[in-house]
Design a protein around this ligand. Structure first.
Ligand code: PRX
Length: 651
């Protein structure tokens, strides 16, 4: 290494290369590396002209005056322009034959199906936009959406966008406290929810969590409830209203507001290195442009495709690649509400076969689960409709990539391994399926317009094949604009770690072909089943329990989930360690954050290993959690006996 870059050492050496199949390239939107290079170079030489040319594809009420105003670290894109993302996703297709094309094909976990054409979706969105207005929601207000994966969630998002309200989708797996924190942080005026949804054959109730939360969310004036499961719920007169009743009282005519390019589209909370989740703010034009383009380029979308991204809309992947990207392209998107293993482990393959899905985009954690469940499940289905596969959310190990290619793609379908983040809004590094030769485990090259690099902590580019920090060197249209209510944190977290560039928080290396290999997070953020969690969040949930004095949470590699959560806990004086207490603490975390944050392992200890300055030595805990021994340097440890004790507990 040219300069030491602690903790980042690249060990993966993968030599296999898979060029795109010829028949794929010959029909692809971008069909060769020359074409990719040409676009990339054009964007590199004159980025603003490039993005302006690309933005011609969108519908504008008024064209922009200035492409980019960049006052680091704040960017404004397409200044002076006016547009509406809901108009771009709906209205502009209505003037074409796509009016009667399926926009959404939805399947519930119990098996029911609904199809909404662009015309029908438009009518629903207009009606719900009118409902929102009637409830007093106006431009700039925030609306919390806490729903299962049902069409009404997409309808709600598009309705908010239509009138200029800012949506904040809160994943249905989060619990009451997480809901309270997010609603209060954004000061939401209204909550849209459902009685419940289905997951793995059971009903997951949502409304009771909302009822609890609304006791502590003074900004909320009303709650609209979709009837999904029909379960008995409490409806508070004057506050709670049924979706289906309100929808009957309004017209289906609601022209889209002409919004400024930088109008706030949504807030989406994601984990950082402190206990408080960050409200990532995305705005309208730049976000739309990049989700639109990446969906088109990377998924090589055609009108005859049936595109399925399996992500929940509660995460950014669902925002960009279930809702906005596909709809702005006039695609047909499949949505499935439930679990991949209900009623059996072949539900996904069954869906692909029955609906003739052609593009399938999922997460490495799901692929690893499929491998574990056995290839006989996919092999009993006709998957010949598939022509393109994708992954997102975490590094994919080459063996899982190969399994995906062989067993699901039958060695015919290109695989796009797409790197991006909640903060980037859209995919940044990915193969173009008709152009880029794939290497298993690499997200390959940055997209045109995206300038990424690997640097040392001091901001020096590292050499070929060396590990370092992944950075983005130029502003991009779909970048986050700030952290809601905390611009200082935005500045510090993303633009000060390495001055002058965006700090992604991932380790990476670049090989001799300019391919990027992402090595995972370099901060205290862990990736559990493709969901991002801050260790500090889990720690503060644990410490909020009366029995806990101190807690340190680290990740241990897990074959299926990517990372498992291991919590080291010291107890308050009078409390004794026991299996019951472990279970109580696990339940406590589930209640505070949600089941996704539930520790896989809790280990009680007398004290935590700390440096002389009092910092918890997580590296040691990580080593103990994953291997049971400590090999690294321990000279800064305050109390060696603590380490001995932890090690002894392992045996
Ligand atoms: O560590 C990277 C990992 O997921 C993080 C972003 O998480 P989140 O904001 O929740 O968004 C997930 C969906 C975009 C990144 O910092 N990550 C995402 N995609 C990949 C990845 N790591 C390796 N390869 C990927 N393709």
């Amino acid at each position: 290494m040219s300069q030491p870059t602690p903790n980042i050492e690249s060990v993966l050496h993968e030599e296999r290369v898979f060029p795109p199949p010829e028949d794929f390239s010959s029909r692809a939107l971008i069909g060769s590396m020359q074409e990719y290079e040409r676009l990339w170079q054009e964007a590199h030489d004159a980025p603003e002209e490039f993005w302006a040319r690309m933005a011609e594809e969108l519908h504008w009420f008024k064209r922009w005056d200035t492409v980019l105003k960049w006052e680091p670290p704040h960017a404004e894109w397409f200044v002076g322009g006016r547009l509406n993302i809901s108009y771009n996703c709906l209205d502009r297709h209505l003037e074409t034959w796509r009016r009667n094309k399926a926009a959404i094909i939805w399947e519930g976990e119990p098996g029911e199906q609904r199809t909404l054409t662009y015309g029908q979706l438009h009518a629903q969105v207009c009606r719900f936009a009118n409902v929102l207005k009637r409830e007093g929601v106006t431009k700039g207000d925030r609306v919390a959406l806490y729903m299962p994966l049902i069409p009404e969630l997409a309808i709600s998002m598009l309705a908010c966008a239509r009138i200029g309200a800012t949506h904040s989708v809160i994943f249905g797996g989060f619990s009451t406290q997480a809901l309270i924190d997010r609603i209060n942080d954004a000061g939401c005026k209204l909550v849209v929810t459902a009685d419940g949804g289905y997951r793995r054959g059971s009903e997951i109730k949502l409304k009771p969590a909302v009822d609890e939360a609304l006791k502590e969310t003074p900004s909320v004036k009303g709650c609209i409830v979709v009837r999904r499961t029909g379960t008995r719920i409490n409806m508070q007169a004057g506050r709670d209203y049924w979706w289906h009743e309100l929808m009957e009282t309004v017209s289906a005519n609601c022209p889209a507001e002409e919004l400024e390019s930088e109008h706030p589209l949504y807030i989406l909370y994601t984990s950082g290195t402190t206990g408080k989740p960050k409200g990532i703010l995305h705005t309208t034009a730049g976000y739309l442009l990049q989700t639109h383009l990446t969906t088109k380029w990377i998924f090589d979308l055609r009108d005859e495709d049936l595109y399925w991204c399996t992500a929940d809309i509660g995460w950014v992947t669902g925002h960009s690649y279930v809702v906005y990207g596909p709809l702005s392209n006039g695609a047909t998107a499949l949505m499935y509400e439930g679990a991949p293993n209900y009623p059996e482990a072949d539900r996904f393959w069954d869906i692909i076969e029955r609906h003739r899905v052609s593009i399938f985009y999922t997460a490495p954690t799901a692929i690893r689960a499929f491998i574990k469940w056995g290839e006989h499940w996919p092999l009993r289905h006709d998957l010949s409709s598939l022509r393109l596969l994708g992954t997102v959310g975490e590094p994919i190990n080459p063996e899982a990539w190969m399994w995906y290619r062989e067993i699901i793609g039958k060695a015919r379908c290109p695989i796009v391994d797409t790197w991006w983040q909640t903060e980037t809004g859209a995919i940044m590094i990915s193969p173009l399926p008709g152009a880029t030769p794939a290497k298993p485990g690499s997200a390959t090259r940055p997209l045109p317009g995206i300038e990424v690099d690997v640097m040392t902590r001091a901001g020096q580019p590292v050499g070929e094949g060396e590990g370092g920090y992944l950075v983005i060197k130029r502003p991009w249209p779909s970048m986050l604009r700030t952290i809601w209510g905390d611009d200082e944190r935005y500045r510090k977290q993303y633009w000060s770690e390495i001055p002058g560039v965006y700090f992604a928080g991932d380790g990476a290396r670049r090989d001799q072909d300019g391919y990027f290999w992402i090595m995972g997070r370099v901060d205290d953020v862990i990736n559990v089943s493709g969901h991002r969690l801050g260790t500090a969040e889990v720690e503060s949930a644990l410490v909020s329990h009366e029995a806990v004095a101190e807690a340190a949470v680290v990740a241990r590699p897990d074959e299926i989930k990517g990372s498992a959560i291991v919590a080291f806990v010291t107890l308050e004086g009078s409390h004794k360690s026991s299996d019951e207490l472990k279970e109580t603490l696990r339940r406590h975390v589930t209640k505070e954050i949600g089941a996704l944050a539930r520790p896989d392992e809790i280990r009680f200890t007398d004290a935590l290993p700390k440096t002389r300055s009092g910092k918890i030595m997580r590296r040691l805990l990580r080593e103990i959690a994953s291997s049971g021994s400590v090999a690294g340097d321990t000279t800064t440890l305050e109390d060696f006996s603590v380490l001995e004790k932890l090690r002894a507990d392992e045996e």
